[in-house]
Design a protein around this ligand. Sequence first.
Ligand code: NAP
Ligand code: ZN
Ligand code: ZN
Length: 347
Amino acid sequence: MRTVNAIAATSATDPLVRTTIERRDLGPHDVLIEIRYAGICHSDIHTVRAEWGRITYPQTVGHEIVGEVTEVGSDVTGHAVGDRVGVGCMVNSCRECENCKAGQEQYCLEGNIQTYAGTDRDGTITQGGYSTHIVVNQDFVLRVPESIPYEAAAPLLCAGITTYSPLMHWKAGPGSKVAVVGLGGLGHMAVKIAAAMGAEVTVLSQTLSKQDDGLAFGAQHYYATSDPATFKELRNTFDLIINTVSAKIKMSSYLRLLRLDGTFVSVGAPPEPLEVPAFALIGARRSFAGSNIGGIAETQEMLDFCAERGIAPEVEVIDADRVNEAYERVLSSDVRYRFVIDVETLR
Ligand code: NAP
Ligand code: ZN
Ligand code: ZN
């Protein structure tokens, strides 16, 4: 065991504090990573505030992790000391179920082991990336291409793959009209990736305050959802809507923006149910779907895609002591467009 510096939540209501956590000794298939940067995902906030259910405290979160390999287990073949690597939302899965075998470990029938607040093979609760080091099975460690700076690579491990995967699955590309609801961490990556795939992208944000940014990220159109005229004008328009909103939205209004056979995919995971009126689907053979991150091979594909296309998240790098302040800014939709913790400030 090694004791490492970290930031943890001690309850659902208290601010996060500096602490130490334990990392296991390296097994033969494990990699020790010295973490450089860790992104702040809205899921971290849902989790520590127990919005998705009770958790065990203290809990260190963070599943957008990048750093350098500093030690490898005796049977590690895929990674070497000095490699630039990343870890996303999961650190293991059963590897034997049909979904794992199909490279869809995120849908493991036994439940994948989440990077934080999950139950690890040894029965301990997993602790995430707001820490100086992490030990991860080699098969769940990604290669970070040289051309992507560490701090910009971090958000790709969740925000990047979570938007890339449904855009690929529902075939966003030339000729398709894609709307992205919410221009936060996930939303801004959805815009950049969908535009790089060749789709015609529309941002649906609460206000027009981020319009210039949205257009610079590759969107062709930008509308405010606070304006009722938006929902009239855009009726029957989109092939695909990617919803990244962390709160409940009025589904009937958004579903009617889909054209015949269009699909509304929620990656946003509000604690409250999203209420779907049957008639909003029936009226144009529309579909309502959800999507969870992406598989390991697909995550590597996304990293390579972003490197080739020169796509990177917009990040605001913060010191470890500013995490609580960053949480408040995320909650008030004041994020441009992902906070990333400089883990040097935790050492
Ligand atoms: P974020 O940075 O906070 O972005 C969410 C955006 O939604 C905000 O920037 C805001 O955009 C909009 N929004 C917030 N509150 C709203 C409200 N009450 N009504 C309408 N719009 C609102 O969060 P994130 O990190 O991108 O995560 C977004 C959601 O995805 C979270 O629920 C998170 O847990 C979930 N998530 C899911 C997966 C998955 O695998 N499915 C993976 C990662 C995250 P505007 O200011 O532009 O309106
Ligand atoms: Zn996340
Ligand atoms: Zn499985």
